[in-house]
Design a protein around this ligand. Sequence first.
Ligand SMILES: C[S@@+](CC[C@H](N)C(=O)[O-])C[C@H]1O[C@@H](n2cnc3c(N)ncnc32)[C@H](O)[C@@H]1O
Length: 212
Amino acid sequence: MEILPHDLQLYLEDHCDPEPAELQKINRHTYLKVLRPHMLSGHFQGRLLSMLSKMIKPRRILEIGTFTGYATICLAEGLTEDGLIHTIEIDREYEEMLNQHFKSTNVDKKVVLHFGPAAQIIVQIPEDNFDLVFIDADKKNNLLYFNTVFNKVRPGGMIIIDNVLWKGKVYGAENDTDTKTIRELNDHIAKDTRVEKLILPVRDGFMIIRKK
Ligand SMILES: C[S@@+](CC[C@H](N)C(=O)[O-])C[C@H]1O[C@@H](n2cnc3c(N)ncnc32)[C@H](O)[C@@H]1O
């Protein structure tokens, strides 16, 4: 999953804030109990999400792809007093674990957990002024999610999309379906004049988008 050399990745982790103890437990618990644990954001990316959220001070956040709640909790760190984070997960298997994780980190009152396919749920959420959206679910639908959520983001609001470098394949010669889909997403957003954008080479590539 790492684009950067492993030594550099370790150096970055050593020179940011330590992973909070409760998040360390969730990280470990995910690796012990859940298939494909590498999907979790982890220490460095989690601190980045927390930092961005604290800079934005959002009142409303939407996360697409909850998994075991690691990024939800990091994003919730920047919420205003009356802030809420809506998060969408298709797989009910995580429900019990998610409720435990949100309770143990005291964010349970700030999280609205939705189960179902994101494309259907996004349009049902009664919010139209998101300050921050994190897209991190099934990658083939990233463009659909970007387009569906766009009118629900306030001007000046941010959309973050994970995995846009796809282990470096997007700028290589690979032409498999997944790589082509992610390349098309990146090209589409690069040309979209309604937004400012840049890709941060963090982990698997983090696209930061600001709605004008
Ligand atoms: C990469 S993981 C999310 C990781 C999490 N955001 C974090 O950083 O810790 C992707 C999640 O999206 C969920 N997912 C996949 N397809 C989905 C869909 N169509 N609608 C909602 N969630 C979906 C998966 O079940 C998985 O839990």
